[in-house]
Write a protein that binds this ligand. Sequence first.
Ligand code: BEZ
Ligand code: FE
Length: 276
Amino acid sequence: MRNLDQYNITQAVIARFAQTPDPRLKEIMTSLVQHLHAFAREVKLTEAEWMQGIEFLTATGQKCDDKRQEFILLSDTLGLSMLTVAMNNDKPAGCTEATVFGPFHVEGAPHIELGGDVAQGAKGQPCEVRGTVRGLDGAPVPHAHIEVWQADAEGKYDVQRADCDAAQARGVLQADAQGRYHFSSILAEAYPIPDDGPVGDMLKATKRHPWRPAHLHFLIKAPGYQTLITHVFRNGDQYLDSDAVFGVRESLIADWLPQADGRYLVEFDFVLNPAR
Ligand code: BEZ
Ligand code: FE
């Protein structure tokens, strides 16, 4: 096919994928070409803008390493991560809602006994966290596997600190036979997502802030239930309505209550969705 013009090139490109054996790959490539071309037409993309886009994506890839995933950050800040989570986690009413995973989960975090200290030296105001893991029927889920991770008082995860090779403010716990869990940690504080790369440049150029409201991350697994990846957000945080990655759900907001001994307490019960 020769002499393709701006009116017939989209169909010509789509036709080139006609022999794709995997039907799902064919569907995705066809739709990608359709939407990508429609986008270029809609904004009347100039050649200089096309090159700027290429340079932006190149810089995004170059910023990635084993600790930094700038493409996930891009997906997060464009709302694509949360859209994907929302479309794939449409749980029955009553189940704890899912939200974005984020880039700071670490496999193999230390095991912490129930009641133990997850902070492990991370700076912050002391805090107790407790609750119960249940199924949709209200019955406790015994011995659920619970992973928790959070930023410290300066808004940094341990993996963001060049001077820290020990795990801090993260751990793996096992709920008891009645589904109960509790641990000590530090008060969750709002923090900016990493904004010293191309995604940060995009946020600055569009007058967007990089802040996430204070939260704890949880990953909860138990046999017979779908794995839950979620956060608990701190009520009253100024960024609850403008989270840089669009992850806030009303049902995930909890009160961190100051106690007489100067510690904070947050209680949150999780409800797991039975596996299909
Ligand atoms: C986080 O909550 O850890 C996070 C999520 C998305 C982007 C950056 C950080
Ligand atoms: Fe986080």
